[in-house]
Design a protein around this ligand. Structure first.
Ligand code: NDP
Length: 237
């Protein structure tokens, strides 16, 4: 069976590093993001026969169309990585409802929709592996990130419940929960100040998270697990 993996949020940051690692391991990849040019550039840079798709994970019809297209052009998707995500950090009293909705829709509903869309093919082929990218703040909370933390905490509950639901179908569902990682999402943070709080004394690199994602994707006896990749931040939060 071909190893076909859909990577939502594969055009930049953590998702892109996962794509680079998986391409080297011989997977056939679908690189998916809202910006098609960004996804095409990321897929093209991998070399080989990888495809790019434009999709907003928060839109059900987009997700359904993307899975139909992927199946036509790549075959059945048996691996899924949900790395699409956004943050709109602010104190709750200052958070606009539209920013609450966009974070919940992209980070939580989006992963629910892609997992649901992936199920049909995974159930038919009696196997599949999913990794959802959460966050350490989904486990510990963080001031100024209540809605983002809720979206990521919700993702853990969702993933563990789904893991129970589909284990008999030989489908595994796991979560990687990163701490601070160098990507576009963190480029405006005060790194010098923040890194003093991290036991390992630095932000993580995308490839360090990618290794954890691929480990869980490929671990046949691990499901419902949350793997924290945070330089020890959870020890002090
Ligand atoms: P980046 O901002 O670097 O990349 C985000 C990716 O998601 C891009 O490919 C983006 O492409 C895509 N994306 C965003 N919104 C949507 C959407 N609605 N539909 C489809 N694709 C979308 O983020 P990171 O790599 O830093 O983050 C990846 C994941 O890791 C996120 O879930 C984030 O919450 C999580 N995380 C990141 C941490 C960090 O320190 N960087 C720490 C903890 C968790 P496009 O804009 O074209 O859609």
């Amino acid at each position: 069976m071909d190893k076909v993996c859909a990577i939502f949020g594969g055009s930049r940051g953590i998702g892109r590093a996962v794509a680079q690692l998986m391409a080297r391991k011989g997977y056939r990849l679908a690189i998916i993001a809202r910006n098609l040019e960004g996804a095409k550039a990321a897929a093209g840079a991998l070399g080989g026969d990888h495809l790019a798709f434009s999709c907003d994970v928060a839109k059900e019809h987009d997700v359904q169309n993307t899975f139909e297209e992927m199946e036509k052009r790549l075959g059945r998707v048996n691996f899924l990585v949900n790395a699409a995500g956004i943050n709109r950090d602010s104190l709750l009293v200052k958070t606009k409802t539209e920013d609450m909705v966009s974070q919940l829709h992209t980070n939580l509903l989006g992963s629910m929709l892609t997992c649901k869309a992936a199920m049909r093919a995974m159930i038919q082929q009696q196997g599949g592996s999913i990794v959802n990218v959460g966050s350490i703040v989904g486990l510990k909370g963080n001031s100024g990130q209540s809605v983002y933390s809720a979206s990521k905490g919700g993702l853990v509950g969702f993933s563990r419940a789904l893991a129970k639901e589909v284990a008999r179908k030989k489908i595994r569902v796991n979560v990687v929960a990163p701490g601070f990682v160098h990507t576009d999402m963190t480029k405006d943070l005060k790194e010098e100040h923040l890194k003093k709080k991290i036991p390992l004394g630095r932000f993580g690199e995308t490839i360090e998270v990618a290794h954890a994602v691929v480990f869980l994707l490929e671990s046949p006896y691990v499901t419902g697990h949350v793997l924290v990749v945070d330089g020890g931040l959870q020890l002090i939060l």
